[in-house]
Design a protein around this ligand. Structure first.
Ligand code: UD1
Ligand code: CA
Length: 453
């Protein structure tokens, strides 16, 4: 059975007070519409159609990678009108699933249940019991509990407004029936809109059973209309991820102060994550990793037994087993640390590899460098990799010792087991096993006196 998913996403979202179309606002750094798309993408034999309108160009260009039919709704004349625009995408035998682009946390299980309720003689509708149903269409039932219709808030009588079962807007129905009812929609109502919800009354008239189901939690079906709701759903989403991580064997010092804005593709166990850690992009984290407070990890691969101390920023980097990084370290793109490497405070590394057991413990900049194994780089070492136009590499071979406050002017190679005296400016290759230093000889001036005022 083929599923045609229609995601309604043409609305403006006036209450966001934003230049950005509402569905491009993000939860966990992913546009709202992308959440809905990613979930529905998991349904088998499913073709997705997105109805867009407000901010058309920006929506299309931002989400150009989605594999979906894009249908423009030039004027937003209501949810029914939006679905009408998709009639060419709907075949009679399809099961059509209607989703909203601004309802990001809907679960696959809830949707699968809904779809399972669709037959040629039944429509499936997702409803929700609400403490405060204000703003929602109300589900009107007869005394036996059978659905009669949905009435929109603005069209509801005082009695109907007391109903606390709300319409989520999410439904599924056979394509042939849907198209028949879409053709009959009018806009004679309080808002002058073509309401998709009017098809419920038509189904009842056609003796098509309306089968309702409910989500596990209300949060699943909450839409985003303003930034308060956006922040609520962000917290719900982050809490779900935190719960999931803890179930997988991760200790979170405070699940409420931890965010994943991306994914952890490979996750070890006995990871301990301190407060205010943010993980973005695609990452992998090995066993027994400790991540200190206020650390940002972006698109990185972290091996087993790694310790990252507080306030470190790690981006597009690979950290080998047993390495130690931070506090206050910055690993920039292209950093590859092999096993047991130590990177200390106020060290910045960019586009460089550091081999086994090397140490760069304090206040250094290492850029465009190849650092061998067992190397010790003293405090305040700087690779001068850039002449203002071009970048050059520094090679530091195994076992080298770089004295503190040294500048290595690239391109330059420091030989195996070479020692560089502190305070040197190294502009030429330094031979292996030797001490190289470029330092003005120290002198003391005998009998020198300080000037007096
Ligand atoms: C709709 C439902 C209401 C339900 C509520 C749940 C109707 C008539 N009412 O009301 O019963 O309780 O959702 O949140 O369906 N959209 C378009 N084109 C349009 C109009 C809307 O694409 O012309 C999209 C919006 O971008 C949004 C979704 O449809 O994603 C819902 O639209 P919205 O205006 O929020 O509907 P409500 O009036 O809240
Ligand atoms: Ca809404």
């Amino acid at each position: 059975m083929k599923i045609t998913t229609i995601i309604l996403a043409a609305g403006k979202g006036t209450r966001m007070r934003s230049e950005l179309p509402k569905i491009l606002h993000k939860v966990a750094n992913r546009p709202l519409l992308q959440h809905v798309y990613d979930m529905s993408k998991q349904l088998n034999n499913n073709e997705i159609t997105i109805v867009y309108g407000h901010g058309a160009d920006l929506v299309r260009s931002t989400l150009k990678d989605l594999s979906a039919n894009w249908v423009e709704q030039k004027q937003q004349l209501g949810t029914g009108h939006a679905v009408q625009q998709c009639k060419d995408q709907i075949s009679d035998d399809d099961t059509v699933l209607i989703l909203y682009g601004d309802v990001p946390l809907l679960k696959l299980g809830t949707v699968s249940q809904l779809i399972a309720n669709v037959t040629p003689k039944s429509l499936a509708l997702l409803t929700v019991k609400l403490d405060n149903p204000t703003g929602y269409g109300r589900i009107v039932r007869d005394t036996s509990g059978k659905i009669l219709k949905i009435v929109e808030e603005k069209d509801a009588s005082p009695d109907e407004k007391l109903i606390n079962e709300g319409n989520t807007g999410i439904m599924a129905v056979q394509g042939g029936l849907l198209k028949k009812w879409l053709a009959q929609l009018g806009n004679n109502n309080a808002q002058g809109e073509y309401y998709l919800t009017d098809i419920i009354e038509m189904a009842v008239a056609d003796n098509v059973e309306v089968i309702t189901s409910q989500p596990d939690t209300v949060d699943e079906v909450l839409g985003v209309n303003n930034r308060v709701q956006l922040s609520h759903l962000e917290r719900v989403y982050q809490n779900e991820q935190a719960q999931w991580l803890m179930e997988q064997g991760v200790t979170l010092m405070d699940p409420a102060r931890f965010d994943i804005r991306g994914s952890i593709e490979k996750l070890g166990i006995d990871i301990i994550i301190d407060v205010n850690v943010i993980i973005e992009g695609k990452n992998s984290i090995g066993n027994n990793v400790k991540i200190g407070a206020n650390t940002l990890i972006y698109n990185s691969i972290i091996g087993d037994n790694v310790e990252i101390l507080a306030n470190s920023v790690i981006e597009n980097a690979v950290i080998g087993t047993g390495s130690k990084v931070g506090p206050f370290a910055r690993l920039r793109p292209g950093t590859v640390l092999e096993d047991n490497v130590h990177i200390g405070n106020f060290v910045e590394i960019k586009n460089s590899s550091v081999a086994v057991s090397s140490k760069i413990n304090h206040l250094s900049y290492i850029g465009d460098a190849t650092v061998g194994s067992g190397v010790n780089i003293g405090a305040g070492t700087i690779t001068c990799n850039y002449d203002g136009a071009n970048k050059f590499r520094t090679v530091i071979e195994d076992g080298a010792f770089i004295g503190s406050d040294t500048q290595l002017v690239a391109p330059v190679t420091i030989g195996k087991n070479a020692t560089i005296g502190a305070g040197s400016t190294i502009t030429k290759d330094s031979p292996e096993n030797q001490l190289t230093l470029s330092r003005v000889k120290q002198t003391s001036i005998h009998g020198w006196k300080r000037p007096t005022k």
